[in-house]
Design a protein around this ligand. Sequence first.
Ligand code: TMP
Ligand code: ASP
Length: 242
Amino acid sequence: MERKEQLYTGKAKSVFITESKDHLVLFFRDDTSAFDGEKIEQLDRKGMVNNRFNAFIMERLEAAGIKTHYERLLSDTESLVKRLDMIPVECVVRNIATGSICKRLGVEDGLDLQPPTFEFFLKDDERHDPMINDFHIRTFKWATDEEVEQMKVLTFEVNQVLSGLFREAGMILVDFKLEFGRFNGSLLLGDEFTPDGCRVWDVETREKLDKDRFRRGMGQVVESYELIASKLGIDMAGPVTG
Ligand code: TMP
Ligand code: ASP
């Protein structure tokens, strides 16, 4: 399926309509953003690496019975997805405390979170994605109570599946962000899963392998994404079929 005009441009991806009203093309760009778009740079190969990375993760999630918007790879930098009615809320699960939770709650960086914790944020860069709770979602009608419950259950299911995958490959899935949307009456995962939207540490050295390298100016950003991919056994040069 070919992309037609652009529907929307995000910080790292552009979204195009297609001849099918139920499908969109995601184009993964090399742009890399942090701090709600305050810091943006182009990183060579990142679009391709993230597109392939995302495809691998979405296929694993589907195989584990988690329904996602993902259909298939279209090219090195493009994927076909279902067109969802998006819920403007970000779901974060944390297995280890780092990032905003440490600033907000004063908890120690690197603390093991047992059980893993969950947070909702409003998707609103201008307001720096404020933390919200179930009551805000209900009052402002961003989602129904049933959808709120489903988002929590699905995000923890994704955590279960992917934490195991990363652990087996010698890495810790520290935290991640997901978004959901509606398609023909059911709730589907409607987000990419790449090192841009999660934190991953080496299990032995606890070295940061994800976008924190970019946020903190540590360098070797795409190289590190490629290292995560190779540890997971992702083939960056496999054929684009379908
Ligand atoms: P945080 O520590 O900044 O709240 O981020 C938690 C995790 O969620 C981290 O893996 C980054 C990811 N995340 C995004 O990718 N985009 C966002 O807008 C937010 C709020 C978090
Ligand atoms: N994804 C958000 C941004 O680009 C937040 C972040 O990752 O720091 O600006």
